[in-house]
Design a protein around this ligand. Structure first.
Ligand SMILES: NC(=O)c1ccc[n+]([C@@H]2O[C@H](COP(=O)([O-])OP(=O)(O)OC[C@H]3O[C@@H](n4cnc5c(N)ncnc54)[C@H](OP(=O)(O)O)[C@@H]3O)[C@@H](O)[C@H]2O)c1
Length: 258
């Protein structure tokens, strides 16, 4: 995979940023997409370059179709053909019982987590598919373990958006499997990032969450980035349509049996 270009959406923070660091350290050219964090994106590209890597930052709102197309075009102009895509941009949509859900919240959530992700896959397919003269590639969608349990309390909408990512990943993977493109998802459990920082700051909440994780702790962005990099790499050459759980063992469902 050396000297290949990969594009990471939501790459200025959390799982995306750690994936960018690791990818650059392994010799990939990294395009870092950001939305509202230009300073973080700049600091990350500076950090990667200082370590001898190649990185460029590109602004785009993944909720905006024209912005997505321009993101892919700008990446290829600066760094050459895209061989890998990591869809890490995502939002949580807050925590709401269904009675309290607003249409606008749901539309924003699905526009970023599902529609935007699918459009990014479309742009990747148009460029990578051997059916369009591309050289193939690998795509990793960042889903969530929430999809497997309907989400924690108040997160059914978020879980539904990630279940859509899982189903799309399986179907899309089949569609492009013979055209040189592998498509997989990583399903993180709870990981310490900005998305979870407010909740995990409260010791009682953190303890309650960690009690539900077989390993008894939340994950680090690095532990998700390594899984993503493996799926992107040629080492996973026969893996497509997979949903890889990186979750500390899933969920504790009780310590006794009857
Ligand atoms: N942390 C967890 O426990 C966990 C667990 C399972 C799955 N995930 C998934 O992991 C992915 C990464 O999240 P994270 O934990 O690393 O949290 P994070 O640090 O909040 O990263 C999410 C990134 O997505 C970007 N983003 C959001 N909306 C965007 C948009 N419309 N256009 C472009 N970028 C956008 C954010 O940038 P801005 O803030 O600038 O918009 C941010 O950089 C998400 O898809 C999340 O659902 C996280």
């Amino acid at each position: 995979m050396s000297a290949e270009t990969i594009l990471i959406t939501g790459g200025a923070s959390g799982i995306g940023a750690e994936t960018a660091r690791l990818a650059a350290a392994r010799g990939l050219r990294v395009a870092i997409n950001y939305r509202a964090r230009p300073d973080a994106a700049r600091a990350l590209t500076d950090e990667i370059r200082a370590a001898g890597g190649v990185a460029e930052a590109f602004h785009a709102d993944i909720a905006d179709e024209a912005g997505i197309v321009e993101l892919f075009d700008a990446t290829e102009r600066a760094l050459g053909p895209i061989g890998g895509l990591v869809n890490s941009a995502g939002i949580g949509g807050g925590a709401h019982r269904v009675e309290a859900m607003a249409a606008a919240t749901l539309e924003e959530l699905f526009r970023v987590n599902v529609v935007g992700l699918i459009l990014c896959c479309r742009e990747a397919a148009r460029r990578m598919s051997t059916a369009h003269g591309g050289a193939g590639g690998s795509i990793v969608n960042v889903s969530s373990m929430a999809a497997t349990i309907g989400g924690r309390t108040g997160k059914s909408h978020y879980a539904a958006s990630k279940a859509a990512v899982d189903a799309f990943t399986v179907g899309f993977a089949k569609e492009v499997a013979a055209e040189g493109i592998r498509v997989n998802a990583v399903r993180p459990g709870v990981v310490a990032t900005d998305m979870t920082a407010a909740g995990l700051r409260d010791p009682a909440t953190r303890e309650e969450i960690e009690a539900t994780i077989p390993m008894g702790r939340v994950g680090t962005p690095r532990e998700i980035a390594t899984a993503i990099l493996w799926l992107l790499s040629a080492e996973a050459s026969f893996v497509s349509g997979a949903r890889l759980d990186a979750s500390g063992g899933g969920f504790v469902i009780g310590r006794r049996a009857v």
